[in-house]
Design a protein around this ligand. Structure first.
Ligand SMILES: *Cc1c(COP(=O)(O)O)cnc(C)c1O
Length: 356
């Protein structure tokens, strides 16, 4: 990556991730104005307010503010599981694949990964078959961890409810990696003619703990929250201290997250609309399959014949100040630092390169 390009240049169309957004002027003002204190003494009013706000929104007793989603998942997994326990998780789930094996390394928790169905779900029969009998040969299956959205896909509410009931029937705790929970909620609200907050709560209530990222589509520079019962959050708090996540006057950051909850949920519909616009503009290129986007991610798959051309796409786009990730399957992510003109410019450049 040419770092000069990643600076705040308005000419750059950055489709690598929804983590690349910069705080808006209004968000920075909220940060400047935030009352702060030492959160290790639970003295930071902005953090306390954020924790109460997100817990209340999602229908939990308590929440814990943490620097990253990785730490939030880790605190959740270690609060639910003891050493030698096992959690069932998706083969391509963030909490299994993209977190350095933290649950195993730091928690001595064994993952039992399962393949995802095409829609992102873990088939219920596979979950049931993976639950180990109570026998000293086996690790104790303790937790089911799901992710919504997964790969930009919305897991159906009926699936969440069925998976949740199955877990309860077998005495498993249920954790949701809801890094993009509000993207899911915004789409579900459109389908049901309801409000995103209502849907976020409905999704969250299928779980005993939920991790939410403020630094993805919500557009804050940093921060995640783990929500759960008071007892669970108390255990997670000890884990956060142990992994070095206790923070001091981080109310400056919590204020950005709180601002995002107040102002950036409903506007995610724009990101989803732009993903549709991008997918639409990329239709009909020979050898390219555009996976229809459900939220803010567009995936492009290339035919064998197009592979060598596609392998130079990222580089060719970078020369035009359009940033992307991926080679044989390209992921394009929309977010609040993009506009329609940028989307159209990216689509035209991708088409030009692949049809040259
Ligand atoms: C980004 C992400 C996380 C956490 O990421 P951090 O970079 O540690 O904040 C967790 N789960 C999913 C699904 C994510 O996309």
């Amino acid at each position: 990556m040419n770092t000069a390009l990643s600076a705040a240049s308005p000419r750059v169309v950055d489709l690598r991730s929804d983590t690349v957004t910069r705080p808006t002027a209004a968000m920075r003002e909220a940060m400047m104005a935030a009352p702060v204190g030492d959160d290790v003494f639970a003295d930071d009013p902005s953090i306390n307010a954020l924790q109460e706000k997100i817990a209340g929104m999602l229908g939990f007793e308590a929440a814990l503010f943490v620097p990253t989603g990785t730490q939030s998942n880790l605190c959740g997994l270690m609060a639910h599981c003891e050493r030698g326990d096992e959690f069932i998780v998706g083969q391509m789930a963030h909490a299994y694949r993209w977190e350095g094996g933290g649950a195993a390394v730091l928690g001595s928790i064994q993952p039992q990964p399962l393949s995802h169905a095409e829609d992102g779900t873990l088939p219920l029969s596979d979950i049931e078959a993976a639950i180990k009998p109570d026998d000293p040969h086996f690790a104790r299956t303790r937790l089911l961890a799901l992710e919504n959205t997964w790969g930009g896909r919305l897991l159906p509410q009926t699936y969440l409810e069925a998976a949740s009931a199955l877990a309860l029937k077998h005495g498993l705790a249920r954790h949701l990696d809801g890094a993009r929970l509000f993207n899911a909620a915004v789409v579900q609200a459109e389908h049901n003619g309801t409000d995103p907050r209502t849907e976020a709560r409905r999704i969250a209530q299928c779980f005993d703990s939920v991790s939410v990222c403020f630094s993805k589509g919500l557009g804050a520079p940093f921060g995640s929250a783990l929500c759960g019962s008071k007892a669970l959050i108390a255990r997670a708090h000890r884990v956060r201290k142990m992994v070095g996540g206790g923070m001091r006057q981080a109310g400056i950051m919590a204020a950005a997250c709180s601002y995002a909850l107040d102002h950036h949920i409903d506007r995610m519909a724009d990101d989803h609309r732009r993903a549709q616009r991008l997918a639409h503009a990329l239709q009909g290129i020979e050898g390219v399959t555009v996976v229809p986007p459900q939220t803010n991610m567009v995936f492009l798959r290339f035919s064998d014949a197009l592979r060598s051309r596609a392998s130079t796409l990222t580089q060719a786009l970078e020369a035009q100040h359009i940033l992307t990730l991926g080679r044989y399957e390209m992921r394009l992510v929309t977010h609040l630092d993009l506009d329609d003109a940028g989307i159209d410019r990216a689509a035209a450049a991708i088409r030009a390169h692949l049809t040259a």
